[in-house]
Write a protein that binds this ligand. Structure first.
Ligand SMILES: [Cu+2]
Length: 182
């Protein structure tokens, strides 16, 4: 393989004793690059029992979203939680209307509602996405994902690996403990 060949692959490494299953992005609706279904799902983080998590597309880790610098990306978010949510694209310099801040940049996405995000990343780099409603619980229970923006100019490296680390507040039986500590 040519050294300059840009391998568009990613590797998810989970820092847990039992590897949870990797879930690929759902087949997006026509006109969209990604579709994120936000819903409760039981995941296996520890061997002692399953964890009643909140997930993107039914599992953890969440799908890695790959966008390209200076090219628009369209992401449809479908809320299947029993509470409102939004998605914030952490660290990205994008228009406020797409920034996912409830009541400020958009109304909350209510249960069974859909919201379409579209933005053009001005910067390449490693970012992450997460809800901006009831954040301690929604993030703490699993709603976090990686968002990678590839450079507009092809960079000179062989592989691009995505490492996701998350601190889960769970007991040996997989149930949640307090999601925050002093
Ligand atoms: Cu954030």
């Amino acid at each position: 393989m040519n050294r300059r060949h840009f391998i568009k692959s990613s590797l998810l490494v989970a820092m847990t004793s039992t590897l949870p299953r990797v879930v690929l992005a759902a087949t997006p609706s026509a006109g969209f690059d990604y579709e994120l279904i936000v819903a409760p799902a039981d995941v296996n983080i520890v061997s002692g029992g399953s964890t009643p998590a909140l997930c993107f597309n039914g599992g953890y880790p969440a799908p890695v979203i790959r966008a390209k610098q200076h090219q628009p990306v369209r992401i449809r978010v479908i809320n299947k939680l029993n509470e409102p949510t939004t998605i914030h694209w952490h660290g990205m310099r994008i228009p406020i209307e797409m920034d996912g801040v409830p009541f400020l940049s958009q109304p909350p996405i209510m249960p069974d509602e859909t919201f379409d995000y579209e933005f053009t990343p001005p910067d390449a780099g490693s970012f992450w996405y997460h809800p901006h409603m009831n954040s301690v619980e929604q993030l703490g229970k699993g709603l976090v994902g990686a968002l990678i923006v590839d450079e507009a100019e092809k960079p000179d490296f062989d592989e691009d690996l995505v490492l996701c680390m998350k601190n889960w507040h769970i007991k040996d039986d997989g149930s949640f403990t307090a999601l925050t500590t002093p």
